[in-house]
Design a protein around this ligand. Structure first.
Ligand SMILES: *Cc1c(COP(=O)(O)O)cnc(C)c1O
Length: 362
């Protein structure tokens, strides 16, 4: 077996070993075509079947809700920050945002360039160390939509529930926790995610959209920035990121083989609980950054007593083969990103390392 690093990278992040090995096995000659999937036409039957399989698998894992389409686009989740207001902002209506941290702020920045923005709730005053209660949400008079970030990758917070917004379209950036747990797609008009955390390699952005809201984009929008272009052409208007979509299909198979969303959720909870327990039982040597009830099962953020100690922790962890434990440069501290594909064994090894490091540095 190949030697695998204890990979806690925030994104691009760990992929399942089984998926990498399967991709390797069929890399050079895909389905007896005499070529790799990267070398074939995106109009070929073989490619199109992979493309459609990935879409169907994704909806299947979510219980096949009716009225939704899966789109594959490029430009990362960051391009969606602009495409959402471009396509859905309306004269005289306000784009509503929940201000939960770094990624929500990037979405808000784009929306402000393109129309009127209303902040429906914010935890900025508390340094984003919790997500707002649903009862704190206050929508504007005429909301065009409500945008949320289900998991703030940098701060390490995660919503455990979502609001019922009635006729107001609910749009959610799930880049860092999509398919890490079951969720009811029916509550959302649109869910989107850059693939490189929980779904596959970078270069693909997955959109789950209610068909009726993407039927017609405003006429002035450029072709590639219109949802109706991608929807009307089954995400094949231009050349799609075909290798990435193939990898997503393999990752989705892997999720199916591991008990679907319930199965991966159970694993994810176990992994997160292991690390949070190590933090909470360290008598203050490690301190969790996030309030109870808002802690992310995907990105575990914590601090040590001083920045020197944090530097020493980062260095020692690298020497022991742990990758990516340094927190985001904007917030400091430590962060263990434990997406679906990070094995329990990596988390166990991390907890043992944390224990040893504490014993040596207390
Ligand atoms: C990583 C991330 C993004 C940005 O994704 P890109 O694909 O790099 O544009 C957006 N939102 C969240 C929550 C993220 O974790």
């Amino acid at each position: 077996m190949s030697k695998r690093a204890y990979n806690f990278n925030a994104g691009p992040a760990a992929l399942p070993l089984e998926v990498l090995e399967r991709a390797q096995a069929e890399f050079v000659d895909f389905r007896e075509s005499g070529m790799s999937i990267m070398e074939m036409s995106h109009r070929s039957d073989i490619y199109e079947s992979v493309h459609n399989e990935a879409q169907n698998r994704l909806l299947g894992l979510l219980g096949n809700p009716s009225g939704y389409k899966v789109l594959f686009v490029q430009g990362g989740a960051s391009t969606q920050f602009a495409m959402i207001p471009m396509n859905f902002a309306q004269e005289g209506k306000q784009a509503n945002y929940v201000k939960t941290g770094s990624w929500a702020n990037k979405a808000i920045k784009e929306a402000k360039l393109l129309g009127q923005v209303h902040i429906a709730a914010s935890t900025e005053q508390e340094q984003y160390m919790r997500v707002p209660e649903l009862s704190e949400l206050q929508l504007s008079e005429q909301p065009a939509y409500l945008h949320m970030t289900s998991n703030e990758t940098i701060e390490g917070t995660q919503f455990k529930q979502f609001p019922d917004t009635g006729s107001v379209p609910l749009i959610c950036d799930m880049s860092s926790d999509i398919l890490s747990r079951p969720f009811d797609l029916n509550a959302f008009s649109m869910v989107y995610a850059g693939a490189q955390k929980n779904l596959g390699p970078s270069g693909v952005t997955v959109l789950l959209v209610r068909e009726e809201i993407i039927e017609s984009s405003p006429s002035h929008l450029p072709t590639m920035l219109r949802y109706d272009t991608h929807s009307g052409n089954n995400s094949l208007y231009n050349t799609p990121p075909s290798f990435g979509i193939y990898m997503i299909n393999e990752v989705l198979k892997w999720i199916e083989e591991h008990g679907g969303l319930q199965g991966v959720e159970a694993m994810n909870r176990k992994k997160a609980a292991l690390i949070y327990n190590a933090i909470d039982s360290s008598e203050g040597f490690y301190r969790g950054c996030v309030a109870a009830g808002s802690r992310s099962d995907m990105n575990v953020t914590f601090r040590l007593g001083s920045e020197e100690l944090e530097k020493a922790f980062a260095k020692a962890s690298e020497q022991e083969g742990f990758i990516g434990l340094k927190g985001h440069r904007s917030v400091g501290g430590m962060r263990a990103s434990i997406y679906n594909a990070v094995p329990y064994e990596s988390c166990k090894a991390l907890v043992e390392f944390m224990h040893d490091f504490k014993a040596k540095n207390q």
